[in-house]
Design a protein around this ligand. Sequence first.
Ligand code: AMP
Length: 248
Amino acid sequence: MKILVPVKLAIDSNAKARVKSDESGIDLANVKMSINPFCEIAVEEAVRLREAGKATEIVVVTIGSAKAQDALRTALAIGADRGILVQTDETVEPLAVAKILTKVVEAEQPGLVILGKQAIDDDCNQTGQMLGALLGWPQATFASKLDLSADAAEVTREVDGGHQTLRLTLPAVVTTDLRLNEPRYPSLPNIMKAKKKPIETKAPADYGVDVTPRLRLLKVSEPPARAAGIKVKTAAELVGKLKAAGDL
Ligand code: AMP
């Protein structure tokens, strides 16, 4: 079975995001970018399935600028077999990403698509759900365990108060939660090997998808700075301060 894993390059989770002075977005100049952590988990899961003999090929795809290739190279170093870069300098919203992925699925015919549950840049948490809907495939979001057989996937999800287990008929769409696995660090030889793995470059127009944004971003602003705390000597003083602040 072939597995398709869409991956996104996002601001590194340890980098400090700076808001542009005109509040039009996040300044990405000279900021460390990395594969989105949930996408890394998706790639790791696909590689584990191949290592367990349950998958034969892992194709990774990204939609973004030429720089987005870095996410593909990381995925190839973890163990994916080949990559597809759908290159565009536009900001591509989840609906357009899902439409392009639908076409990639039609061309590649995977038995399973594993996406991250969300990209940590915009925290949209939409693409997997939209892809499942556009394809008309079963979907299980926020997977913390995935068991695959020839024609079905059993997915455990952490829900309020317990675990929910779903059985999906393949082909299906699954999105990853944090506890699904702990991705490996790619070894140096695998990083070197990844440089030689094939990446095919396409454009959104090759798939007939218009990526013009449908949403208008009004502004991005910093969260308000937290005021300094104060120390109190007694519980009574604390209660008094809370009452004065209207919090009690
Ligand atoms: P989002 O809906 O934007 O939070 O993203 C959820 C998941 O969809 C990500 O973890 C990726 O697996 C996939 N995805 C989102 N944007 C892209 C993109 N530009 N290229 C490839 N995959 C993407």
